[in-house]
Design a protein around this ligand. Sequence first.
Ligand SMILES: Nc1nc2c(ncn2[C@@H]2O[C@H](COP(=O)(O)OP(=O)(O)OP(=O)(O)O)[C@@H](O)[C@H]2O)c(=O)[nH]1
Ligand SMILES: *[C@@H]1O[C@H](CO)[C@@H](O)[C@H](O)[C@H]1NC(C)=O
Ligand SMILES: *[C@@H]1O[C@H](CO)[C@@H](O)[C@H](O)[C@H]1NC(C)=O
Ligand SMILES: *[C@@H]1O[C@H](CO)[C@@H](O)[C@H](O)[C@H]1NC(C)=O
Length: 420
Amino acid sequence: MLIRTISFLIILLINLVFCEDVCYKDKCQKSTPQNRYLFYDVNPPEGFNLRRDVYMRLVSLMHKLKHTNNPDLNKFKLVLPPWSHLVHWRYRETPEYLPWSKFFDIESLQRFAPVIELHEYFSDLEPFKYTKLILDRVYILQHFEDMFETGNFEERWKVEKCHKPPKLKYFYYANITSNTVKCISFHGPATKLQEIFLKTNARTILIEHAEVVLHNTFGDKIYWQSRRSMRFNVKIRKIASDFRNSYLNSSDELDNTILEQNWEDEKPKRNAIGGPYLAVHLRRRDFVRARVNEIPDFNSVYSQISKKLDELKLHSVFIATDSPEKEFNELKSKFDKKYEVYRYIAPPEIEKEYHEAGVAIIDQIICSHARYFIGTSESTFSFRIQEEREILGFRTNTTYNVLCKNKNNCKKPSVWQIVY
Ligand SMILES: Nc1nc2c(ncn2[C@@H]2O[C@H](COP(=O)(O)OP(=O)(O)OP(=O)(O)O)[C@@H](O)[C@H]2O)c(=O)[nH]1
Ligand SMILES: *[C@@H]1O[C@H](CO)[C@@H](O)[C@H](O)[C@H]1NC(C)=O
Ligand SMILES: *[C@@H]1O[C@H](CO)[C@@H](O)[C@H](O)[C@H]1NC(C)=O
Ligand SMILES: *[C@@H]1O[C@H](CO)[C@@H](O)[C@H](O)[C@H]1NC(C)=O
């Protein structure tokens, strides 16, 4: 009995000493010793398309770290946060925990840098079912409070008092926590995070408010490689292709938009033709209220679209929009028989399987393949379409166009070309 008790105590002691990372039903162990894991999360109100941009900033850092000789830095893997409770999605009681594989081609992502999904992080640690993950370090990024007052925009970071009280659990899982949470005022590119990583031997690090970090170099080669690697998965692309085929007489062969199997083999090109339709991204909802001076009324939208259709000698317009059906029908009714107006309406089973994000992605893919695209000024949703058209090889004058409030108020979007 005594021996049993002693050995039990020894096991308990071993567990307490080595049990920082992951605990299972009956024992705890360190996460795979050769790797370090970077978890990240984004300010909850940010939409799907801004989150894609934040991913690019962090994965570009991962790509750089992988190629360094520093053993403390080159073993990092980026853990992809499941998609849950996005504010634009209709609210659901329970978090969705949608994995990235639902939308993206994971192999394609992994060709750029080591990334794994949160659920894979757990299954990596099988055969034990995990019960709890205690992250070694959580760093909550925040802006320097004085940055805008003093105009001090130099790159810097400093552990400071938290502007807001920290969360106690992460990714909507009750059992992902941490005992070491620090707030860091931060201004600089993603690569600056290395300085923080070098100051700790933590193996599991969570960066909260990752949107605070900036791109290293906006529009450079690494930027576009990370963007090219963000391919949507085959199933979603197929739904969009079927729609293009059925309604818009559009296919990659006819439109000259075939991409290489592997994005690493792609080269810049300007020979895409696109399907015989005009595509418009018409951002409504909160934009109508928040950007009164930029969002045109439907009469104006109609006249801008019909003018362009005539100019391009096209008869079909595809409209991607977040507007309710009633509002959309009001716009549609302005088009006479001369033009065909299309919108993608997801069948219930597709809506159920892919949620609002998937349906929006299908809209984006269809817009990306049009002969000519008109977006909404300053919408992140439109930016992602513009990037996709760069990758597909469209001429810039068919891509960087936006709906105008009126003739005197028409800001052309910035052109971000792929040049290598
Ligand atoms: N299906 C569909 N959904 C859209 C469209 N435009 C916006 N949405 C929805 O509205 C959400 C908000 O747009 P996002 O671009 O993702 O959000 P954001 O990152 O805040 O970007 P902004 O457009 O700049 O607000 C999207 O995630 C979609 O759910 C559209 O054309 N079609
Ligand atoms: C931890 O959370 C996951 C997801 O909700 C769940 O599957 C698992 O059973 C939880 N474990 C415990 C001990 O609560
Ligand atoms: C579809 O496009 C092709 C090539 O551009 C054209 O030859 C064909 O007539 C079109 N079909 C229809 C139904 O419009
Ligand atoms: C875009 O520019 C090219 C070359 O300057 C021109 O040939 C083409 O007609 C333009 N396309 C449109 C849609 O304006």
